[in-house]
Design a binder for this molecule. Structure first.
Ligand SMILES: NC(=O)c1ccc[n+]([C@@H]2O[C@H](COP(=O)([O-])OP(=O)(O)OC[C@H]3O[C@@H](n4cnc5c(N)ncnc54)[C@H](O)[C@@H]3O)[C@@H](O)[C@H]2O)c1
Ligand SMILES: [Zn+2]
Length: 1616
C-alpha cells in the first residue's frame, strides 16, 4: 500500500522534502522505519483531525509495532499559537511521559507547524519532528525553512526558534479538503516565489490558473495520483507548481538559513503586506494581504523606474486569476470597518516597527522584472516613495519639465494590442510584439489560445516583448471539454466567438464552450452568433439567449456570403474579418442594418490584416463609385512579421503633448505620427498647433514645443468629432489660453476673445461619467468660466495668475479627467487629483512616467477622512469647546432660568436676546411690535441673532426669543451654527407653559392659541437644535426644595442646578460627565434599570446606585403606560423615552448608558426595526446621554452615521452571544472584537459560560485584548451562573443589579456589594484602615458615616477613632501602615498635619488647612500622602442644594466668626462666585488676619450685624462658624452675639450653622421664623456632605447617601 511515487526536494543538503499524493501510508512507513522511537506524537487541529486523523491512526496501528502512537488535537486558529497553547501540548507530553527520543508529527496548517515546531525545538532541549502541512500556505511556505514561533499579545511570531524538521511530507491530496479561500491564500506565496525567482514558473501560473484550481476542486478517487501512472495532468501540474515553489524556497534557505540577506527576498510583498495585515487581521488572511502588498511593492519598484508597467500588469492579473485581492479598494477589503484605519500614516507607522527593517529605514524587495529582483536583498526605500504609492490622491509640483526635450512612447493602444495578438496567433511564424498593452482582454485571449492550442507565448526582455509563435490557424477543442473562461473581457469574447468556429472537426461529440463571469453572461453577442449560425456554424446558447456561455461545434467556418447586422458593435465586424481568411470559401461580408458604427475601427482591422499579409477589398458601387458596406476577404494564411511595434495610444499621447504645450517644453511621442490609424493622433496638428505650439509630425513621430508659459492662444471654434476623447485635454489648455485666436479662427458672433468652443463631442456625456459636466464643474473650482453647449462646451481662457490654487479635483473615477487635470496641475500650484488610481484603466504608470519620463515631481496626498466630511446633526467635536451655547424654545419653557444657571455653571456670560434687543432699539419688544408690526420685529430679531453669533460666539450662553424659528433666515442661521456649537432646545410640557404664560406679560401676546403656536414651532425647534434639555415637570416648583428643608435624610431630589450643570458641562465638553473610574482604569460598574417605567423606582435610585459609576437605561424594556400589557417585541415611543431620561436625570447625575437590546441579543426590541433603533440613538445623543450601547450587528451604514453624529456621547459597541457556542479562544470572537473595537469607544462582548474554565478563557482573551497597542476599555462577561466569576473579575463597567430591582437584567447578575465582597475574598480587594485624627472626638459622627458606607457597599474596610494629644509618632506610624486607607483630620490638627504630607490640593493650600488625607499610589508603586480639604465642599454643596430658585446668584454672603472653619467658608463663597463676603468677628484682629489670607476675595468687615458696609446688598448666604452657645436671639445675653432679624433682610437665602449641637441653633430658629424663602442647613448636614466627598476621595465610589444619612441622623438624635 505504501508504494507511492514521491518527488524529493533537497534542503540544507538533505532530500528531506517528499512530495506526492495520498502519502499517509508512505509517511507512516518512512517515519517509523527511519526515525525509530518508542513514542510518536501527532498533533493536529480539530478541522484537520476530523478529516484525516483516522487514516493516520489506522496506518500507525498497522506499522508501529511496539511504539506508542499518541495524538493531541488543539482548536483551530491563530489563537492556539500562544504561550498557553504551547504549554498545553508540553503538559500533555510530560504527562504522557514522553522522552528525548519522542518524534512529534505536526499535521495541519501553518499554525500547527509553527506551534508544534516550537514545542519540538524546546521540549527536552529539542526533539525530532516531522512537518505534514495540510494547507497550501504551509506546504510552500511555513513548513519549509525551519522557522517556528508562537504569538504573544505584543505581536505575532515574536517568540520562536529555528528548528529543522526531519522530513516535510507534502501530500497534495490534503488540498482537496481545503477551503478555496485558504487555497488562494497559499497561492499568493506561490506567485510571490515565482515572481522573485523564476519567470518560467510565473508564466505557467499565469496561463494555467484555471487548471490549477481544477486540480484541487475535483476530488481524486481511488488514491489517484499516488503513483505516477494514476496521476492526472492537473495533478501533475499542481505538484510541479508546489514542488517548484518549494524548490525555490529550499534553495534560498539552504544558501541563507538564518535570514541574513538572500532569504530576505521571500519577503517580497510582505513589508507593506504585513502592515495591511496588522490592520485587517483576522478578517483578511495573510496571503490576501501579501497579495495587495506585492502589487503595492511592485508599484514602488515601478515608481523608482526599476520595474516596467508590463510586469506590474502581469503580476496583477496573475494574482487576480487566483481570486486574490490586488488593491485596497477591493470590495472584500473596502467593506470591512477596519479598512477605514488603513491610512498612509498608520501603515507607515506599522512598517516602522517591522522586524524586517534595520532601524527606522524601510526595506522592500524591489522587483526588476518578473523572475528577478533589483538587489539580492531587500532595498531601502524612502518613506515619501512608499507614501506616494499608498496615498489615494496625487499632486504634481508645477515646474518646467526637467526631461525636456522629452522623448517617450505612451502605452500601447488597446485596440491595436488586441488585434495584433490575435493576428500573430493565427499567423505562421514567430512575431515579437512590442509595446503591447497588457490588459484583461490580452490575458484572456492568450489563455484561450493556449487552451485551443492555437499558439504559444513567451515573454522576453523582462516582459517588454511578447514572443508569439502562431499556429497558422489550426485550433483544437480544449482537453476534457474544458470551458474556456473569459472573465469579463468583452473584446476577447467577441473576437474569440468566431475564432472558435475555426476549430477543426475532431473526434466524437466534442464542442468548444466559452463562458465568463456573471457580468459577461449579460453582455450581448446575439448579432454575431446569428450571422455565424446563418452561415452554417452550430452555436448553442447554454444559458440566456443572446449571451455567453456558448457551445460551438468544431466544424470550421464555411464562409462565402456572411451577412451581419453592424449597427451595434464594430467588434462583431472585426471578429469576422480577422477569421475570414481561414473560412472554407472566400468570404464576402455584408454589413446590414443601415448606419455602421465606428468605421475607423473597421478600417484599423483591415489595415492591420494587410500588415499580416491579407488584403481586404471594400466593394464600391460600380456606378457611383461610392464605398459600400461590403468586404471581400480572400482565403489565406497570415504571415508573421518578425517584429510588430504596437502604436501608442493616441488619446494618452495628448497628455504629455499638452504638458509641453502648457509649460513651454518640447515633447516627442516616438510611435505616433501622421500615418497613425487613430483619430486622436490629429490632436497635435488640429488643436495644439492653432494654440500656438510648434508641431513637427513625421509618419511615425510627433513633436510638440509649447509657447512660453502663459502664451497659449484660444482656438475659437474646433470640431473634435474625430478625436472626442481628447476634448478634456483641450479644455484644460483652453482654460489658460489667454491670447486671441489667429485671424481666420476668430469667432465673429460677439464671443469673448479668449473663447475656445469645442463641438462634436456630445457622446462624451455618456462615457465613464458625464465628461462635459465634469469638466465644467472641476474647471469652475479653478475660477475658470465655461458654457455648456448641446454638443460641447465653451471655455473662456483666464491668465494663469488668476487661477485658484489648492484646488482638489474630483475625478469621477474617470482616467481622462484625472490625466487632463494633472496637465493643469503642472502649472497651477497645489492642485490635488483626488483619485489617482483611476488612471489605471489606460495608463497605470502615468504618475511614474510624469516624474521619470517627463520630469515633473509628483507627491502623494492623503485626503481628509470620509467621516470628517459627513454632515452631522450634532457636533462631533472632541475635547472642550468654547463655542457659545444657544438656547431656544417656547416662551415660558424656562430658557432664561436654565440659560442663566447654565452660564453660571460654565462660568460664562449670559445674554438674553430680548434684553439685547431693547438695548439696541431703545424700545421694548412689545412696543416695537405694536409700532412696526410682526414682520419688522422678526427681521430685527434675526439681525440680532446674527450679531450675537458673530460677536459673542465664544463663552456665552445666548437665550433667544421663542419666535426666532418663525423665519427661514433665522432657522438657517441656527442650523449653520449647530454645526459648530450647541443649540439647545428647552423642552417643557405645554400645559405647564400655558399656566406659566398666564402670568407673564413682558412679551407680545400670541394673538392665537398657544397650543397652535406650539404645534407649528415644534418641528422647527427640532430641526434647528442639536441638543434637547427637558425641563422636567416639577423640578422648577419651589416646593421641591422646600420639602427637604426639614429633612433628616439626605436629599432625595437633585437640585435642578446639578442637572443643568451636568448637561451643559457635558455637551460643551467643559467637564464631560463620563465615569472617572473608567478613565483611571479602576474597576467600574453600572446599575441596570429593568423597569418598564422607572418613575416608581425614583425614590430608591440614590440607594440603588450606591457605589456604581453609571446607570443603564434598558430602553428596550421601557413600556409606555398604555402599552404595559403588550407582550413581545416592542418599540417605545421616543417622547416616552426622553421623558424617562428626564425623570432619571431628576434623581441622579451619574452617566447614563442608553441601551436598546434586540430580541436576538437577549432584549425586547424587534430585531429588524433598525430605523427606529437609530432614531432612538440619535435622540439619546441630543439628550446629552453619556454612553450609547449599540449592537455591532446593526448595519455598518447606520452605525457609521451615528458615530459621525455622536457629539459627546461615547459608543459602547456590543456583541452578545446567546447561542452558547462562542468560545473565547476561537476566531469568531476575535472577529467580533475587531468590529466592536472599530466602532466603539468601549467594547462589550458577552458570552455564556458552561463551566468555570470558560471564565479563565475569557480572562485570557481580555488580557490579550488589553495588551494590544490601541486597546480600548472592554466589558467581557459570561452569562449564566457559571459565568458569575467573570462578572466579579470584569473591570470595565460591570453590570450590577440591586436587591430593590424587580428582576435582573441578565442571568447571573450580582449586586455591587456582592462583587466587592467576592473581590475581597479572592484577594483582589484588601481591607484598609481609616482613622480620624483629633481631640476630643469621642462623639464624632464620622465613624458611623464611613463604616455605614463601607458596609453598604460590601467594602471590607474599617474606620476608627484615633485620639491623640499632638501630631506625633503615633500618627506618623498610622499613616505609614501598609493598610492605611486614609484619614479625616479635625480640630486641632488641620494645620499640624500638613508637614507630614507629600503634597496638598490647591484647595487645601488656599484654605491653609487639611481635613482629609488620601494615600495615592504612584506609578512606581510607592505611596504618596495627599492632603485635601472637603470642608469647603460640604459648605458649597449645602448652599447649592438649598438655595431657593429666587436667588439665582448670591450677591453677598455673611460669615460669622473668624476661626479655622471660617477659612473654609470664605473659600466656599469665593468658589461659588459670591462677589462680596461680609465677615463678622468680635475680635477684629483675627478677622483682619483672614482678610490678608485671602487677597483674591473681596472681604468686608462688618461692625454691627444687620448693617452692611458701603450700603452693600443684604447677604443671601449666611454661615455661622461660632459655637451655638456664643449666639443669642436676645440682645446682651451673656456676652453672646446678638442675632437680630435684620440680618435676614433679603427676601430669601440660605442659613448654615456649622455648630453640631444643639440641632436647632438660635440662628436656625431665627431663619425659620423669618420666612418662607429662607432655607436652613444644620451642621450635621455639612458634615455629611463633606463626608460623602471624603469617602469618594478614598474609595473612588459614590457614598450611599441615603443609608448613611439615615444612620447618622439616628445616631445623632440618640446622642443629643
Ligand atoms: N514559519 C514560517 O516560516 C511561516 C511562514 C508563513 C506563515 N506562517 C504562519 O502560518 C500560520 C498560517 O498558516 P495557515 O494559513 O496554514 O493557517 P491555519 O493553520 O490556521 O489553517 C487555516 C485553516 O484551514 C484549516 N485546514 C488546514 N488544513 C486543512 C485541510 N487540509 N482541509 C480542511 N481544512 C484545513 C485549519 O484548521 C484552519 O482552520 C500563521 O500563524 C503564520 O504566522 C509561518
Ligand atoms: Zn508570507
Amino acid at each position: 500500500m505504501s508504494a507511492a511515487d514521491v518527488r524529493k526536494v533537497s534542503i540544507l543538503g538533505k532530500e528531506s522534502i517528499h512530495c506526492g499524493f495520498h502519502l499517509v501510508p508512505y509517511i507512516v512507513k518512512t517515519v517509523t522505519e527511519t526515525l525509530p522511537s518508542s513514542t510518536y506524537v501527532l498533533v493536529t487541529d480539530t478541522n484537520v483531525g476530523n478529516l484525516h486523523l483516522d487514516t493516520f491512526q489506522a496506518e500507525f496501528d498497522k506499522a508501529a509495532g511496539n511504539a506508542r502512537f499518541l495524538t493531541y488535537v488543539v482548536s483551530p486558529g491563530e489563537t492556539s499559537k500562544s504561550r498557553e497553547g504551547k504549554a498545553e501540548i508540553e503538559d500533555f507530553l510530560l504527562l504522557s511521559k514522553c522522552t528525548r527520543d519522542t518524534v512529534i508529527l505536526a499535521l495541519g496548517g501553518g499554525v500547527i507547524g509553527d506551534l508544534v515546531g516550537f514545542v519540538a525545538a524546546t521540549f527536552m532541549r529539542g526533539v525530532r519532528f516531522v512537518q505534514i502541512p495540510t494547507t497550501l500556505l504551509a506546504m510552500v511556505d511555513s513548513s519549509v525553512g525551519g522557522k517556528t514561533a508562537i504569538d504573544t499579545p505584543h505581536g505575532k511570531n515574536l517568540i520562536g526558534a529555528f528548528w529543522q524538521p526531519e522530513y516535510i511530507f507534502i501530500d497534495a491530496a490534503f488540498l482537496e479538503t481545503l477551503p478555496a479561500r485558504e487555497f488562494s491564500n497559499g497561492m499568493a506565496e506561490v506567485v510571490k516565489t515565482a515572481a522573485i525567482w523564476d519567470e518560467k514558473e510565473f508564466a505557467a501560473l499565469e496561463l494555467r490558473a484555471a487548471e490549477i484550481f481544477a486540480a484541487i476542486q475535483t476530488p481524486s478517487s481511488d488514491y489517484a495520483g499516488r503513483t505516477e501512472a494514476t496521476r492526472s495532468p492537473a495533478q501533475q501540474l499542481l505538484l510541479s507548481v508546489i514542488a517548484g515553489s518549494i524548490g525555490v524556497k529550499a534553495h534560498i534557505v539552504t544558501i541563507d538559513e538564518r535570514e541574513t540577506g538572500l532569504r530576505n527576498l521571500v519577503n517580497f510583498g510582505h513589508t507593506i503586506g504585513h502592515a495591511i495585515e496588522a490592520v485587517l487581521t483576522p478578517a483578511m488572511l495573510h496571503g490576501e494581504c501579501v497579495s495587495v502588498g506585492m502589487i503595492l511593492e511592485a508599484e514602488v519598484a515601478r515608481q523608482l523606474g526599476v520595474l516596467s508597467q508590463v510586469a506590474v500588469g502581469r503580476l496583477t492579473r496573475c494574482l487576480k486569476a487566483y481570486n486574490l485581492p490586488v488593491s485596497l479598494s477591493d470590495p472584500r477589503i473596502a467593506s470591512l470597518p477596519a479598512a477605514r484605519s488603513l491610512s498612509v500614516a498608520r501603515l507607515l507607522d506599522i512598517m516602522k516597527i517591522d522586524k524586517k527593517n534595520s532601524g527606522p529605514q524601510k526595506k522592500i524587495v524591489i522587483l526588476s522584472r518578473i523572475g528577478a529582483t533589483y538587489e539580492q536583498k531587500a532595498t531601502v526605500v524612502a518613506d515619501s516613495v512608499i507614501a506616494r504609492t499608498l496615498s489615494e490622491a496625487a499632486k504634481v509640483i508645477p515646474a518646467f519639465p526637467s526631461k525636456s526635450p522629452i522623448r517617450m512612447a505612451t502605452p500601447g493602444s488597446k485596440s491595436i494590442s488586441n488585434r495584433a495578438l490575435l493576428l500573430a496567433a493565427l499567423a505562421t511564424g514567430t512575431c515579437r510584439l512590442k509595446n503591447l498593452l497588457h490588459s484583461d482582454d490580452t490575458q484572456v485571449m492568450m489563455n484561450a489560445l493556449v487552451e485551443l492550442k492555437g499558439a504559444t507565448f513567451e515573454w522576453e526582455d523582462g516582459g517588454e516583448t511578447l514572443v508569439v509563435t502562431g499556429g497558422g490557424g489550426s485550433l483544437a477543442v480544449p482537453k476534457d471539454n474544458k470551458a474556456v473562461y473569459l472573465g469579463n473581457a468583452g473584446t476577447a469574447a467577441r473576437f474569440l466567438t468566431t475564432v472558435c468556429t475555426l476549430v477543426s472537426a475532431g473526434t466524437g461529440e466534442q464542442r468548444t464552450v466559452i463562458t465568463g463571469n456573471a457580468r459577461m453572461k449579460q453582455r450581448p453577442i446575439g448579432p454575431l452568433v446569428d450571422a455565424l449560425r446563418a452561415n452554417g456554424s452550430s452555436i448553442d446558447y447554454l444559458e440566456s439567449q443572446g449571451c455567453l456561455p456558448l457551445s460551438i461545434a468544431p466544424a470550421g467556418l464555411k464562409g462565402a456570403h456572411i451577412r451581419l447586422a453592424a449597427s451595434v458593435s464594430s467588434q462583431y465586424v472585426s471578429s469576422i474579418l480577422l477569421c475570414a481568411p481561414y473560412a472554407a470559401q472566400p468570404v464576402t461580408l455584408e454589413l446590414t442594418g443601415g448606419q455602421v458604427i465606428s468605421q475607423p475601427y473597421i478600417d484599423m482591422t483591415i489595415a492591420m490584416m494587410k500588415t499580416f499579409g491579407i488584403d481586404v477589398e471594400r466593394v464600391k458601387d460600380t456606378e457611383s463609385g461610392k464605398l459600400l458596406d461590403v468586404y471581400r476577404i480572400p482565403k489565406g494564411v497570415y504571415q508573421n512579421p518578425a517584429v510588430y511595434n504596437i502604436e501608442s495610444d493616441a488619446s494618452s499621447a495628448t497628455y504629455p503633448l499638452a504638458i509641453a504645450a502648457i509649460t513651454g517644453a518640447t515633447c516627442t511621442i516616438t510611435n505616433i505620427g501622421s500615418a497613425s490609424l487613430q483619430g486622436d493622433a490629429r490632436f497635435a496638428k488640429e488643436v495644439l498647433e492653432p494654440m500656438g505650439c510648434t508641431v513637427v509630425q513625421t509618419e511615425t513621430e510627433t513633436t510638440v514645443t509649447g509657447p512660453p508659459l502663459g502664451q497659449l492662444k484660444a482656438i475659437g471654434l474646433v470640431d473634435m468629432e474625430p478625436m472626442t476623447d481628447a476634448f478634456l485635454t483641450a479644455s484644460v489648455l483652453a482654460a489658460v489660453a489667454t491670447l486671441p485666436p489667429s485671424e481666420e479662427r476668430t469667432l465673429r458672433d460677439g464671443s469673448r476673445p479668449t473663447t475656445t468652443r469645442i463641438i462634436g463631442i456630445a457622446n462624451q456625456r455618456v462615457k465613464e461619467c458625464n465628461r462635459i459636466k465634469a469638466m465644467i464643474d472641476e474647471l469652475a473650482k479653478f475660477g475658470v468660466e465655461t458654457l455648456e453647449l448641446d454638443d460641447g462646451l465653451e471655455v473662456y481662457g483666464k491668465p494663469l495668475s488668476e487661477l485658484k490654487e489648492g484646488v482638489s479635483v474630483h475625478c469621477y473615477d474617470d482616467h481622462r479627467v484625472a490625466m487632463a487635470f494633472s496637465v493643469l496641475g503642472s502649472v497651477v500650484k497645489d492642485t490635488i487629483i483626488e483619485e489617482k488610481r483611476c488612471v489605471e484603466k489606460t495608463w497605470p504608470n502615468w504618475w511614474d512616467d510624469l516624474s521619470n519620463k517627463i520630469g515633473l515631481e509628483v507627491e502623494g496626498v492623503e485626503l481628509p477622512s470620509v467621516q470628517g466630511g459627513l454632515a452631522s446633526a450634532s457636533r462631533p467635536t472632541e475635547g472642550p469647546s468654547e463655542a457659545s451655547v444657544v438656547v431656544i424654545g417656547m416662551r415660558g419653557s424656562g430658557k432664561t432660568f436654565i440659560g442663566e444657571l447654565a452660564a453660571s455653571a460654565l462660568g460664562w456670560q449670559f445674554l438674553d436676546a430680548d434684553v439685547v434687543f431693547e438695548q439696541k432699539h431703545s424700545i421694548g419688544v412689545r412696543d416695537f411690535v405694536q409700532k412696526n408690526g410682526w414682520p419688522a420685529f422678526r427681521a430685527a430679531e434675526t439681525a440680532i441673532l446674527q450679531e450675537l453669533l458673530a460677536q459673542h460666539g465664544q463663552r456665552h450662553v445666548l437665550s433667544l426669543g421663542g419666535g426666532i424659528v418663525e423665519t427661514p433666515d433665522a432657522r438657517e442661521a441656527l442650523k449653520a451654527y449647530a454645526k459648530k456649537g450647541p443649540v439647545v432646545h428647552i423642552i417643557r410640557e405645554i400645559d405647564e407653559i400655558i399656566t406659566y404664560l398666564g402670568e407673564e406679560t413682558a412679551r407680545p401676546a400670541y394673538g392665537e392659541p398657544v397650543i397652535d403656536v406650539f404645534t407649528r414651532r415644534q418641528p422647527w425647534f427640532a430641526e434647528c437644535c442639536n441638543y434637547e434639555f427637558v425641563n422636567y415637570t416639577g423640578v422648577l416648583s419651589s416646593t421641591d426644595t422646600l420639602a427637604e428643608d426639614d429633612s433628616k435624610t439626605a436629599p432625595s431630589t437633585l437640585s435642578v442646578r446639578d442637572e443643568v450643570s451636568r448637561f451643559f458641562n457635558h455637551i460643551t465638553a467643559q467637564r464631560p460627565n463620563y465615569a472617572p473610574n473608567l478613565a483611571k482604569g479602576r474597576r467600574s460598574y453600572f446599575l441596570c434599570l429593568t423597569y418598564p417605567d422607572i418613575t416608581p423606582a425614583l425614590p430608591h435610585i440614590q440607594e440603588m446606585t450606591a457605589g456604581v459609576d453609571a446607570v443603564e437605561l434598558r430602553v428596550d424594556l421601557l413600556r409606555s403606560p398604555k402599552d404595559f400589557d403588550k407582550l413581545g417585541p416592542y418599540i417605545p415611543p421616543t417622547a416616552y423615552v426622553s421623558n424617562q431620561v428626564a425623570a432619571l436625570r431628576h434623581k441622579t447625575t451619574l452617566p447614563i448608558i442608553f441601551t436598546v437590546r434586540t430580541v436576538s441579543q437577549g432584549g425586547q426590541f424587534p430585531d429588524h426595526a433598525e430605523k427606529e433603533a437609530f432614531e432612538l440613538f440619535i435622540a439619546a445623543v441630543r439628550l446629552g446621554i453619556e454612553y450609547i450601547d449599540i449592537e455591532i450587528s446593526w448595519s455598518e451604514e447606520n452605525i457609521l452615521d451615528l458615530i459621525a453624529r455622536k457629539g459627546q456621547s461615547k459608543i459602547i459597541a456590543s456583541w452578545h452571544d446567546w447561542s452558547g457556542n462562542m468560545r473565547w479562544d476561537d476566531k469568531p470572537v476575535e472577529a467580533k472584537y475587531r468590529v466592536a473595537h472599530e466602532y466603539g469607544d468601549i467594547v462589550k462582548i458577552v458570552g455564556k459560560a458552561d463551566g468555570i474554565e470558560d471564565n479563565f478563557a475569557l480572562h485570557q482573551f481580555v488580557l490579550r485584548a488589553q495588551a494590544g497597542p490601541d486597546a480600548k476599555p472592554i466589558i467581557a462577561i459570561n452569562m449564566g451562573v457559571e459565568g458569575q466569576m467573570s462578572r466579579i473579575l470584569n473591570s470595565t463597567f460591570s453590570p450590577v443589579t440591586h436587591p430593590l430591582l424587580p428582576n435582573k437584567a441578565a442571568p447571573g447578575q450580582l449586586s455591587f456589594a456582592q462583587i466587592q465582597t467576592a473581590l475581597h475574598l479572592l484577594g483582589q480587594l484588601p481591607a484598609k484602615r481609616f482613622f480620624l485624627f483629633g481631640t476630643p472626638i469621642a462623639h464624632s459622627m464620622s465613624p458611623t458615616l464611613h463604616n455605614t458606607a463601607f458596609e453598604a457597599l460590601g467594602l471590607p474596610h474599617k474606620y476608627e477613632l484615633f485620639e491623640t494629644e499632638s501630631v506625633g509618632e503615633e500618627i506618623k506610624a498610622a499613616i505609614t501602615l501598609p493598610t492605611f486607607g486614609g484619614a479625616s483630620v479635625t480640630i486641632p490638627f488641620k494645620r499640624d498635619i500638613m508637614p507630614l504630607l507629600d503634597s496638598l490640593s490647591p484647595d487645601a493650600e488656599a484654605i491653609g488647612a487639611v481635613n482629609t488625607v488620601v494615600p495615592v499610589t504612584r506609578e512606581d508603586g510607592s505611596t504618596m500622602l495627599y492632603g485635601e480639604n472637603t470642608d469647603w465642599r460640604g459648605i458649597t454643596q449645602s448652599i447649592r442644594r438649598s438655595l431657593p430658585p429666587s436667588v439665582l446668584k448670591p450677591e453677598a454672603g455673611l460669615i460669622i466668626g473668624a476661626g479655622g472653619t471660617s477659612r473654609a467658608a470664605i473659600y466656599a463663597l469665593w468658589k461659588l462666585g459670591v462677589p462680596t463676603v461680609y465677615l463678622f468677628n468680635r475680635t477684629k484682629s483675627s478677622a483682619e488676619a483672614l482678610v490678608d489670607a485671602f487677597p483674591d476675595v473681596t472681604i468686608k468687615l462688618v461692625e454691627e450685624l444687620g448693617k452692611w458696609p458701603d450700603n452693600g446688598p443684604a447677604p443671601t448666604v449666611i454661615i455661622s462658624t461660632v459655637p451655638a452657645s456664643a449666639t443669642s436671639l436676645e440682645p446682651l445675653v451673656n456676652d453672646s452675639i446678638f442675632l437680630r432679624s435684620s440680618i435676614l433682610s433679603a427676601p430669601g437665602g440660605v442659613v448654615i450653622d456649622m455648630a453640631y449641637k444643639p440641632a436647632e441653633t438660635p440662628l436656625l430658629v431665627l431663619a425659620k421664623n423669618v420666612g418662607k424663602e429662607w432655607r436652613t442647613v444644620k451642621g450635621v448636614e455639612v458634615l455629611l456632605e463633606q463626608g460623602y466627598h471624603q469617602f469618594h476621595l478614598w474609595t473612588g465610589r459614590h457614598c450611599p447617601k441615603k443609608i448613611v444619612a439615615d444612620r447618622v441622623w439616628r445616631a445623632y438624635s440618640m446622642s443629643a
